[in-house]
Design a protein around this ligand. Sequence first.
Ligand code: FA5
Length: 339
Amino acid sequence: MLPNQDEILAVLENCSTEAELKEFFVQYLGKKWSVNGLFKQMKDLSPEQRKTAGQEIKMLHDTIQTAFFAKQDEIKKAYWDEKLKEEIVDISTPANTLPRGYANLQNLLRRNVENLFQWMWFHIEYGKDLVSIQENFEHVNIPANHPATEMHDTLYIKDETHPKSKVLRTHTSAHQVELIKKYWPSCKFIVPGKVYRNESMDASHDVVFWQVEWVVIGKWITMKHFKHTMEEVLKGILETDSIELRMRPAYFPFVEPGVEIDAKAEVGGKEKWLEILWAGMIHPVVLENAGLDPKEYSGFAFGLWMTRMVALRYGLGDIRLLTNGDLRFLHSFPEATTI
Ligand code: FA5
């Protein structure tokens, strides 16, 4: 005797949750029941009866299965209809706009400079703002009694052990020795970043300004390499192919010889020589401090006055605009939104 199809479909009709559906499946469509079980019962029938009964069982199974899938879709749809009513997402609602950040103009130039040097296979290092007195002065051959070490030039940090425990780096040259050691013998690196001076502020002086240092050391590095690198870098930064430069002798304890480099530029409709760069061949004492034999190796170091370059590029009359956080100033440079 075949089970009653209508009774089974009525049971299915009464299912309203996924759990009930699962139970129904096990009972009426699962392995234990129906087809297998019913086919077993057919063993006592004659071959003729078995053929008809087989077809009927198959039809019954297919009908229940089709109804089951339809019911399953119906229950799923009801579940999602209910859920979506609770969690409406209106994609036409205008989004909350967050206030847009602006890059400091010095950071924009820093990125240009980094790209330029990366293209020439230089390592990039940022160092740290707080360094030891040895790093800032002694390593780069600045003696303890040098005027630059005075409190009126330099910002010292005291702790319980010492009134001058650390110093806010006064120049990016403070990282020369540590980085020469780190990168030797592949010694080409730049250090862009902020430096600090204990000075009174005016239109061209701030307590914090930006420099970028670049250093190359190897065998047979001469003033010829020095000049070539300088021209390539300045052409890249100033975005011009013709650049007029002049070098004047200058004294820095960590280079020998040392030079000050001026670039000719148009400012306020007039051509002017502008101080932008300091450099020199690295002093033998600095090479020795980094563990290198100055008779065998040589190199050069440059310090670019980034803040000055930014002031020139954007025509700023006062460098303090770059650090006083005035949003009207920051928002007037659309290129600074490309963060
Ligand atoms: C240096 O800082 C050297 N480390 C540069 C250098 C690097 C030389 C590598 C050779 C080789 P100096 O202390 O002179 O040098 O500073 C560089 C320039 O920064 C100064 O000439 C001055 O024009 C500028 N500068 C100094 N103080 C301030 C300040 N408070 N605000 C803005 N710019 C300043």
